[in-house]
Design a protein around this ligand. Structure first.
Ligand code: GLU
Length: 445
């Protein structure tokens, strides 16, 4: 019951697009484990049906090409040796080397990494950059590790997956729980093994070792470029709109900052412990200074405390879920009052919630389009690292905006032509491009 297997239907399970969901009573406990992969497969099946993909091709695209699980020891500060588990999954290589972040979280498992790798494939195809999708993860709580332990874990994990990554084959990057310092350790470890510096092994590096200007800000900026373009396209007034952001990590905090700079009113933000709300608008630069000092938004005096559940249901123009998967489910979708949901996280909305939002006329800008700014600037960073030729931040940001705007229109115009919602349109565009590349390359041998 805890494993979703589309080949083994059971009447106790709810079926959506051929994928089974446990009944609501069991969903709570199993949602995290099953949610992301079940969502990714359900989305794929729907798009594959619309594209009328050949069943053999669909089955190939639906599966991850390579999956690596590693178990490895790390010496902890107290002298004990602890065993950790990590993963790296390559979903598809039809359009180029695989690309995708590494996640450090206590809840990571192989199914989640598979889902995230699959979404990377479609994401890179939607914005038309020459990559396939990958993802990695280590089961750990980075907040409970000392800096020395984090470095030891990262260097050993890098060593364990080193035959699986390369500048030509698979290029990791940051994701939840990882940051530029961790990318620097990955780059250093890989380079030590080679005997020379290999900056193109990883993106999201610090700028002083070959990272790109504007990479750290890329995902948040890309989200707001897309939201602004959606408003322009629909002829809606963007000036002073209210924005709510769930999550205040790299993606959430830069989204809030960019929204603030664009003249929006950011009325609520949150982190894992809860949120703060001020209908007049939060002072985001002051809040970011506060978070740098206290590592949490809790206790900030510029707004009232609210829970994450309350935050998602606030009346606002734009809601940006920028935390983790399965935040908007059928349990709360009906109470979402935003006009636009701009997905900063990967997979924050379940397929059931999608249906409810659509029925309520909430516009969802899907993750594989909306949060693609990160991997777009990762692509720029990789190109710069390979060429040892570096671009100005202005250049990076303008090129990012051009790709986000173009991709939004590609998805939007196709959605009109084919009468699809934006998520289905993005999936059809991305999966269609991967299918075409697969057919053009032909079957080996
Ligand atoms: N982890 C980010 C994502 O989910 C960025 C991946 C990358 O830059 O390769 O898109």
């Amino acid at each position: 019951m805890t494993i979703i297997d589309p080949l083994r239907p059971s009447s106790a399970l709810l079926q959506i697009n051929g994928v089974e969901f446990p009944p609501p009573s069991q969903r709570r406990a199993t949602e995290k484990r099953e949610g992301a992969y079940a969502t990714a497969l359900a989305q794929f099946d729907r798009a594959a049906q619309i594209l009328n993909l050949d069943p053999g091709l669909a089955d190939t695209l639906r599966s991850c090409k390579r999956e690596l699980t590693v178990n490895f020891p790390v010496k902890m500060d107290n002298g004990e040796v602890r065993r950790f588990t990590g993963y790296r999954v390559h979903h598809n290589t039809a359009r180029g080397p695989t690309k995708g972040g590494i996640r450090y979280a206590p809840t990571v498992d192989l199914d989640e990494v598979r889902a995230l790798a699959m979404w990377m494939t479609w994401k890179c195809a939607v914005v038309n950059i020459p990559y396939g999708g990958a993802k990695g993860g280590v089961v750990c709580n980075p907040k409970e590790l000392s800096l020395r332990e984090l470095e030891g874990l990262t260097r050993r994990y890098t060593t364990e997956i080193s035959s699986f990554i390369s500048p030509e084959g698979d290029i990791p990057a940051p994701d939840m729980g990882t940051n530029p310092q961790i990318m620097a350790w990955i780059m250093d470890t890989y380079s030590m093994h080679r005997g020379y510096s290999v900056p193109a092994i990883v993106t999201g590096k610090p700028i002083n070792i070959g990272g790109s200007a504007g990479r750290f800000e890329a995902t948040g900026r890309g989200i707001m470029f897309t939201v602004r373009e959606a408003y322009r396209t629909f002829g809606w007034d963007f000036d002073g709109i209210s924005v709510v952001v769930q999550g205040f990590g790299n993606v959430g905090s830069i989204t809030a900052q960019t929204a603030h700079e664009m003249g929006c009113r950011v009325i609520a933000v949150s982190d894992v412990e809860g949120g703060i709300y001020n209908p007049k608008g939060l002072d985001i630069p002051r809040l970011r200074r506060y978070v740098r000092e206290h590592s949490t938004v809790q206790g900030f005096d510029g707004g009232d405390r609210i829970t994450n559940a309350e935050l998602l249901e606030l009346p606002c123009d734009v809601l940006v879920p920028a935390a983790t998967e399965n935040q908007i489910t059928r349990a709360n979708a009906d109470r979402i009052k935003a006009r636009v949901v701009a997905e900063g996280a990967n997979g924050p909305t379940t397929p059931e919630a999608d249906e409810i939002l659509m029925a309520n006329n909430v516009l969802v800008i899907p993750d594989i389009l909306c949060n693609a700014g990160g991997v777009i600037v990762s692509y720029f960073e990789w190109v710069q690292s390979l060429q040892q030729l570096f671009w100005e931040e202005d250049d990076v940001t303008h090129r990012l905006e051009r790709i986000m705007v173009r991709s939004f229109h590609d998805v939007y115009e196709q959605s009109i032509r084919m009468n699809l919602d934006l998520r289905t349109s993005a999936l059809v565009l991305g999966i269609g491009r991967v299918a075409e590349a697969t057919q053009t390359r032909g079957l080996y041998p």
